[in-house]
Design a protein around this ligand. Structure first.
Ligand SMILES: [Zn+2]
Length: 312
């Protein structure tokens, strides 16, 4: 589908003034080349007055929201669209409390679960891996135990950050939680997120060794002192990303992110960061809804349990 999205809030309000407007937009996003039966992939079907499609081949009935994050919702799509606009139009996103207040949602849990549903739509299935010259390093997130510092920390979640170099600045990033800072964990993250042939810049942490065997270039810079300043200068891009991530978790989400759900917050941060130069916020709105009709539905209970997608 051609990238067709509202450029600002007024345009969004005018464009999506009715349920039919919203439904039509989702149809365009989900079936840009016409209806496709989710059961048999048949391309012939008809639409009835209750917005149900019937497949001509297998007679299965479906709706444009069935099998997407909107499945089973009791609230109008208009409210969902406004939630998507709030999530994408603000630089730091929306908190559950903010969303609940602005949209007048009946419960905090609804707002909270909607944000989690959107987060699941922020990662494009089969997205490209990073490439070129990158910095990779680990960081600890969350937790307030002052003793839990460094690579042996137990009270915090360990994440790995990969950041592409774009001139003096930062290109795209990927973030991932790892169980520890061992070779299998670090190499596994890199293989999942970086295209072989790229050059990876790390500090002297021994478990990074062996990247050449996996097809990567590897530049190592060893820290002379143990000071924080030295580390920031050594790998400035990943440290900048880590600082922004921590500020976002503490600011927008007031540090209230449980380790169970951290993966999804990392996805949201990455979604925003990689589109930070996008000329129009409307484009993020478009991407979010485009991906929202492509990911599987998830229930409130599944969200609460956190069921990490990385360790199902
Ligand atoms: Zn069918």
């Amino acid at each position: 589908m051609e990238e067709d999205y509202p450029k600002n809030m007024l345009a969004m309000e005018q464009r999506f003034g009715t349920e039919a407007d919203c439904r039509q937009y989702l149809v365009q996003l989900r079936w840009p080349h016409g209806f496709v039966c989710p059961a048999c992939q048949g391309q012939a079907g008809w639409l009835d007055r209750r917005h149900r499609w019937t497949c001509k081949g297998c007679r299965q009935q479906t709706t444009v929201t069935a099998g997407t994050i909107f499945e089973g919702t009791h609230l109008p799509l208009q409210v969902w669209f406004r939630a998507a606009w709030l999530v994408t139009s603000q630089k730091s996103g929306a908190s559950a409390l903010g969303l609940q207040r602005v949209l007048g949602l009946g419960s905090y849990e609804t707002a909270w679960s909607w944000l989690h549903k959107f987060r699941r739509a922020m990662v494009r299935p089969g997205r490209d891996r990073l490439q070129g010259t990158l910095e990779v390093d680990e960081a600890f997130i969350g937790g307030v135990n002052p003793k839990a510092k460094g690579r042996d920390g137990v009270d915090k979640a360990l994440i790995v950050i990969a950041a592409e170099a774009a001139g003096q600045g930062i290109g795209r990033i990927r973030l991932g939680r790892v169980p520890d800072a061992s070779s299998p964990s670090l190499h596994g993250f890199i293989q999942k997120t970086v295209t072989p042939g790229s050059t990876i810049h790390t500090d002297g942490w021994a478990p990074y060794q062996g990247l050449q065997k996996l097809g990567y270039g590897h530049t190592v810079t060893r820290l002379k002192g143990k000071g924080k300043t030295a580390a920031v200068e050594l790998l400035p891009r990943v440290h900048r990303v880590a600082a922004l991530l921590k500020r976002w978790l503490l600011g927008t989400h007031q540090g209230a992110v449980s380790p169970n759900h951290l993966d999804y917050y990392l996805d949201e941060f990455t979604f925003r960061f990689n589109r930070r130069h996008s000329a129009s916020r409307g484009k993020l709105f478009f991407r979010l809804l485009e991906q929202a009709v492509q990911v599987e539905p998830v229930t409130y209970d599944q969200i609460v349990q956190g069921g990490s997608k990385h360790n199902p």
